[in-house]
Design a protein around this ligand. Structure first.
Ligand code: ATP
Ligand code: MG
Length: 773
C-alpha cells in the first residue's frame, strides 16, 4: 500500500505541501507527529538527502521512534542520517564543531541542572549572600529565564526592571550572581543547558559564515510540539529557516505546558507575521482515543479563555466512562491503582505496558512504586531521579569529563578527593581562592601554580599525583576506544575498588550501576554508528550527549512494564489505559497556580494533556490525606474532576462529604495484609482504623470503582468537646494543647501545639483528637 494512503486527506495535504512555510495546529491525537514522520519519509522518497533534513523533537526517544517509523515506510537505512533530536542535543552537536569560534574547547563540559545548582551554591557562599534569600533554585530559574530570553548579564543589569528584580524583596544581587556564574562556566569550559541554545544564537548571530553553512545544510526544517518552544529556540529556528523557508511546525496551543519555563505560545500566533505566505493545516479527527475520552477532554479545555477554538472528533468507539476513585491516603491510592491494574491485566489478558500512571509531581511516584512492588507488577519510572543523576554515576562521569576537559570545575570538585586521597576541604578552599585571585580555573592552579599554594609538602605531592593521573588519562584519550578508556579510568582511580569493597545492599547496587554504565559504554563503542566512519568511537564521543540523556532515552521499550511519569513527561505519548493520580486541590491544580488565571489555565492544559494520553480507559484517583514535605495534609478533590462534562464521568457523588459510602478493596490480592509494611504507614493505618465491618467484595469488572473503607466522624472530635485551652491526644503526634478552634461544622479547624512536632492545624473531622481531662 502506498504510504500516502495511510493518511487522511488533511494529513496528506500537509505531507505533500513540502515547499514553503507551513503550520499544523490541531488537537491531541489527531496525527500531528504522524504528519511530521510521513512528511520526512515523503521528502526522502522525493529525493531529498536525509543529511539536509533537521527535525526537532521533544525527546530523543521520540526522535528514535520517528526514525524507526520512517525506515519502515521507505525501507533502507537512509533514515539514520536525518538530523533528528531535541533542540539541546542537536545544537550541542553543532556547538562541538564550532566551539572554538566562541573560545570554548570542543570538549566543553555540559553542566546539568545539578552541576549548575552546585556552582550557584558556591557563588552565593563566596559572595557572602544570604542563602535563604538567594535560594539556589530561585536564582537558577531567574538566570534560566534570562538566558532563554537571550538577556545577557549586561542587558540584565541595564534592564533590571524588565526582569522585575526590584519587586523581589531586595534580591538585587541576582545580576551579580549571573555575571559570576557565566564567568565561572566560561573558565571551566562548560555550558549549562540554557547555554546550548543561547550560545547557538550567539554563534548564528556573530558568525554569518556559520549561519550560512547551516542554512544551506538544513534545507528542510521540522519542529514538533511547537507550542512549547521558548524565545531562544524560536530564534534559532527562524534564523536557520530564513534562506529556504521550508519550515513545518506542528503543535497544539491547548497542550502548551512549559510556560513556567519560558515557553511562549506567542510563537504559534506570530507564525503568520514571520511567514505571511504560510499554509495552515488543521486536523480534526482524533485517532487515539474513545469518543468518551475525546469529549471529556474537549469539555475540560473549553473552560480555558485563552485558546484557539478547535473541533476534535473521533470515529472510534464510545468506550467506558471515566472512573473516579477516592482513597483515604496516598498509600491507599497506590494500592488501589496497583490492584486495579493487576485485576484488569489478568482478567483481560493485557500486557503491563498498556498501563501508565501519570502524576503532577515526581514525589507522588513513591506510593505507586511501593504498591506495585508489593504485588510484583514490573514498572518503569521515567524522569525523576534519573540513572545519570545517581551519585556513583555522576562521580565516574566526572572523571570522564575531567579527562576530556580538565578545567571543568564541578567535576574537579567532585572527584579531587574521591576516593579519599587526603585532599581536604581547606585545601580545596585555598585552591578556589587562588583561582579567583589569578582569574584562572582550579585546574590551572593545581597544575601550574602549585608552588604558590599555601599547603604543606605532603598535600602538594597528593595534588601533583592527582594532576599526573588526570593528565595520563588525557594522553590516552585519542588512542583508546571509548570502552577501554572508560574501564581504565574506573579501575585506576580506585573508584571501582572502593565500590566493590562496600558489601551493603546499597553498595552492591552502586557497583551494579557502575557496571551498567560501563556496559552502556561498551555497547556504544561497538555500535558502529555512521558518524564514526567505521572507526571505534572515543570516550569524548560518548560524553557528547551524556549530560542530555534522560531515563526516557534509555532504549528498553521491549520490556513489558507499567510506565510511571509526570504529566509533563507524557507529552506526545499514548497508552491504552491511563491513571491520573493525585487529583486534589493544591496538588493538581498546584497550589502556586491558584491565584493566577493564566497559571490555572496552564494547569488545565496539563490536565488536558493527561486526559488525552489514554486510548481506551482513563481513571482519576484522589486521596483524602497525603504526606507532603513530611507532614500529613488533608486534601479536597480537584476542581478538574467536576469540570468534566458529567455524562462522561462516573457520578462524582458528593465529593465534599466523602465518608458516607461503605465499600472496600474486596478483590485485592493483598487482602488482609494491611496497607503497607513500614511503620509510618502502620501508624496511619491505625489512625484510620474503624470498627470492624465486613469489607464488601467488589467484582473486578464492576464499573464503579472500589472505594476505601469509610471512617466514622462520630468520635471525640465532635464540636464542643474541644475548645481553646483543652488538652488532647493525637494518634501520631501524641499529647498537645489546643490553642484555637475556628470554622464551622463540619469544617472546624483546630490549632494545636504538640511538644513532639510543634504547632499544627488540623481539621477536626479527620484528626481524631481525644480530649484528656
Ligand atoms: N490517518 C491515520 N490512520 C490511522 N492512525 C492514525 C492516523 N493518524 C494518526 N493515527 C494514529 O493516531 C495516534 C495519534 O497520532 P499522533 O501521535 O501523531 O497525534 P498527535 O497529534 O501528534 O498527538 P499529540 O498531540 O498527543 O502529540 C497514533 O497512534 C497514530 O499512529
Ligand atoms: Mg505528537
Amino acid at each position: 500500500m502506498d504510504y500516502l494512503d495511510q493518511l487522511n486527506p488533511a494529513q496528506r495535504a500537509a505531507v505533500e505541501h513540502t515547499e514553503g512555510p507551513c503550520m499544523v495546529i490541531a488537537g491531541a491525537g489527531s496525527g500531528k507527529t504522524r504528519v511530521l514522520t510521513y512528511r520526512i519519509a515523503h521528502l526522502i522518497n522525493k529525493g531529498v538527502d536525509p543529511f539536509n533534513i533537521l527535525s526537532l523533537t521533544f525527546t530523543n526517544k521520540a526522535a528514535r521512534e520517528m526514525k524507526e517509523r520512517i525506515s519502515k515506510v521507505i525501507g533502507g537505512t537512509e533514515a539514520r542520517n536525518i538530523w533528528m533530536g531535541t533542540f539541546h542535543s542537536i545544537f550541542a552537536r553543532i556547538l562541538r564543531v564550532e566551539a572554538e569560534k566562541l573560545n570554548y574547547p570542543s570538549n566543553f563540559s555540559i553542566y546539568d541542572s545539578a552541576d549548575s545548582k552546585s556552582l550557584l551554591k558556591s557563588i552565593v557562599k563566596e559572595m557572602a549572600l544570604d542563602d535563604k534569600l538567594y535560594k539556589v533554585g530561585f536564582v537558577q530559574s531567574r538566570i534560566s529565564k534570562a538566558k532563554n530570553n537571550l538577556i545577557s548579564p549586561k542587558a540584565y543589569r541595564e534592564n533590571a526592571e524588565i526582569m522585575g528584580d526590584d519587586e523581589m524583596s531586595g534580591r538585587t544581587k541576582i545580576v551579580e550572581i549571573y555575571y559570576e556564574y557565566n564567568l565561572r562556566l566560561f573558565k571551566s569550559g562548560a555550558m549549562d543547558f540554557d547555554d546550548l541554545l543561547y550560545k547557538t544564537n550567539v554563534l548564528l548571530r556573530d558568525f554569518p559564515e556559520v549561519l550560512h553553512k547551516y542554512q544551506h545544510k538544513f534545507k528542510y526544517l521540522l519542529v514538533d510540539e511547537y507550542q512549547d518552544t521558548n524565545f531562544s529556540q524560536y530564534l534559532i529556528v527562524k534564523k536557520l529557516a530564513a534562506l529556504n523557508e521550508n519550515l513545518c511546525v506542528v503543535g497544539d496551543d491547548a497542550q502548551s505546558i512549559y510556560g513556567f519555563r519560558g515557553a511562549n505560545i506567542q510563537n504559534i500566533l506570530n507564525f503568520k507575521n514571520d511567514y505571511p505566505d504560510y499554509k495552515l493545516f488543521k486536523l480534526e479527527q482524533n485517532y487515539r482515543s474513545t469518543k468518551t475520552i475525546v469529549a471529556a477532554a474537549n469539555s475540560v479545555i473549553g473552560k480555558n479563555r485563552d485558546q484557539i477554538k478547535k473541533k476534535v472528533w473521533t470515529d472510534n468507539v464510545d468506550g467506558d466512562i471515566i472512573r473516579v476513585s477516592r482513597s483515604l491516603s496516598d498509600n491507599e491510592e497506590g494500592l488501589f491503582v496497583a490492584n486495579d491494574i493487576f485485576t484488569d491485566r489478568n482478567n483481560n489478558q493485557l500486557s503491563n505496558k498498556s498501563f501508565a500512571i501519570l502524576y503532577r509531581t515526581n514525589s507522588q511516584s513513591r506510593a505507586m512504586e511501593e504498591a506495585l512492588r508489593k504485588i510484583n507488577i514490573p514498572y518503569r519510572i521515567y524522569g525523576g531521579q534519573s540513572f545519570y543523576q545517581r551519585k556513583e554515576i555522576k562521580d565516574l562521569l566526572a572523571y570522564y569529563r575531567l579527562t576530556a576537559n580538565p578545567k571543568d570545575e564541578e567535576s574537579l570538585k567532585r572527584v579531587i578527593n574521591y576516593p579519599a586521597r587526603g585532599i581536604g576541604k581547606t585545601t580545596l578552599e585555598k585552591i578556589t581562592i587562588a583561582a579567583a585571585e589569578n582569574q584562572s580555573s582550579l585546574w590551572e592552579v593545581i597544575s601550574y601554580g602549585l608552588n604558590t599554594l599555601q599547603v604543606n609538602s605532603g598535600t602538594k605531592q597528593k595534588l601533583a599525583d592527582f594532576v599526573t593521573m588526570i593528565r595520563s588519562f588525557g594522553a590516552q584519550l585519542q588512542s583508546l576506544d571509548a570502552f577501554s578508556m572508560a574501564e581504565h579510568i574506573a579501575k585506576s582511580t580506585g573508584l571501582l575498588r572502593e565500590l566493590y569493597a562496600d558489601k551493603t545492599p546499597e553498595g552492591l547496587t552502586r557497583f551494579e550501576n557502575i557496571q551498567e554504565l560501563l556496559n552502556g559504554i561498551k555497547e556504544f563503542s561497538e555500535s558502529n554508528l555512521p558518524e564514526f566512519n567505521g572507526e571505534k568511537p572515543h570516550l569524548t564521543d560518548f560524553l557528547v550527549d551524556v549530560a542530555l540523556l534522560t531515563d526516557a532515552d534509555q532504549n528498553d521499550d521491549d520490556d513489558d512494564k507499567v510506565s510511571l511519569m509526570t504529566i509533563h513527561a507524557s507529552k506526545g505519548l499514548e497508552f491504552p489505559h491511563v491513571y491520573i493520580v493525585g487529583m486534589e486541590e493544591n496538588l493538581f491544580p498546584s497550589q502556586l497556580s491558584l491565584s493566577d488565571r493564566s497559571e490555572l489555565e496552564e494547569e488545565r492544559r496539563l490536565f488536558y494533556v493527561a486526559l488525552t494520553r489514554a486510548e481506551k480507559k482513563t481513571t482519576l484517583t484522589y486521596a483524602l490525606s497525603r504526606y507532603r514535605y513530611g507532614t500529613l495534609n488533608h486534601s479536597e478533590p480537584s476542581r478538574f474532576i467536576e469540570e468534566i462534562d458529567p455524562q462522561f464521568i462516573e457520578a462524582p457523588e458528593k465529593l465534599e462529604t466523602p465518608f458516607e459510602r461503605d465499600s472496600g478493596f474486596g478483590a485485592t490480592p493483598w487482602k488482609g495484609m494491611g496497607s503497607s509494611g513500614d511503620s509510618r504507614n502502620f501508624q496511619r493505618k491505625e489512625k484510620y482504623e474503624r470498627p470492624a465491618s465486613p469489607a464488601p467484595t467488589v467484582p473486578p469488572n464492576l464499573k464503579r470503582v472500589s472505594q476505601v473503607p469509610n471512617i466514622s466522624t462520630a468520635n471525640a472530635t465532635a464540636a464542643g468537646t474541644i475548645v481553646a485551652g483543652s488538652q488532647v491526644v493525637h494518634a501520631k503526634f501524641g499529647k498537645g494543647k489546643v490553642l484555637n478552634v475556628e470554622g464551622e461544622s463540619p469544617n472546624e479547624k483546630a490549632t494545636v501545639f504538640f511538644p513532639s512536632v510543634g504547632q499544627k492545624q488540623l481539621l477536626l473531622k479527620f484528626a481524631k483528637l481525644t480530649p484528656v481531662a
